[in-house]
Design a protein around this ligand. Sequence first.
Ligand code: SF4
Length: 407
Amino acid sequence: MNFADKNQKIISSVPAVYLHIPFCREICPFCSFAVRRDRAGLHEKYIRSMVGEIGRRAEFIKEKKKNHFDENYSGQKFLESIYFGGGTPSRLMIPEVSLLLGEIRNYFPSSDQIEISFEMNPEDVTPEYLNGLAENGVTRLSLGGQSFNDSTLKKLGRCHSALELRESITAIVNSPINNWNLDLMFGIPEQSISMFKKDVEEALACDPSHISMYGLEIHERTPFGQNKQFRKWESEHQEQFEEMYLWATEHMEKAGLFQYEVSNFSKISKEGRNNLVVWSGQEYLGFGVGAHSYYHQTRWGNKRSLSTYLKHLDANEWPVDFKEQLFAEQLAAESLMLGLRQCKGFNIKDWQRRFGLQWQKQQLDFVQELCDEGRAFWEDQHLCLTPKGMLLADKITVELLPTIRRN
Ligand code: SF4
């Protein structure tokens, strides 16, 4: 492929780009993401391959644009979000971050207000590293803290201690990047309600602009999934997890962090930009191992194995694992699911108009039941779930889907 004219930015692009950095210092025993243990020798080849993938995709879009008859590719958009996720992006050296950002900027025109978000683990946070990120235009940090309790961190197999987490937060607060998220987890084996409440209270005292709060999910093909005691714990403590979640959502709001999605809370106007783009059904491109993209009603996901990903790019082939075109039925289902997971709710009129669908009595009765139980409410044309309803968001979506398929 000829990249000689790569400095000509493509005009039509997407509002969001995701860059997946799969390296982690150690692999946490609950993790099901596309990750691998970090080795410095791997970085160079991986970054080179990502650069190749970015260039190849950008050229592909540019070629499509040249075909004026192809109206699908003629819109103009500016990049509003670049998100470094993983894995652990903070395993990268600053020049590696710089190189990837340079490639994205070469090809994709950015909005002046772009948000560049970067995931870090506490053990990698230093003032020098934070300054390096800021100099490269990073505007938001996401810290994988999970808990301030050493026994909980040990149970999760995390590499950092509570003290290191506190020190990393101090470094972030004193850095030039003051928009930051803290990840918290609940539902961890042997984590009591009072231990979790202390985590939330300490997190709020640190005054982050955003908290992502996830219940531990135990996936079968992980060491946690193979542990019968953990699975038993999970099935026997559902009520406790609900209590934790509801208590936390109430306390976050009192502290000025407003829930905007099942697991996400932010100060006003500090919602994660990447989240907003993806959840509103807009297009995005993902680069790197296991990264997903959504473009022109087509979703694809990259190979999850690092060696396979590298091999494909070496051979100048797309490193794509699956690709599917989404038709109206799937788009309607996704739009329902994404709408219900967000606090602003799901606009039933828009949805009906867009997909030509109508809820039947069965669905309307079900929604009424949810409202009577305090799990949902109507606001204008929007069906919104309360925190109690959010706990069942996936189940509620499924309940509302079968009839959609039949229509
Ligand atoms: S640090 Fe994060 S991405 Fe890496 S193994 Fe642990 S949970 Fe997974």
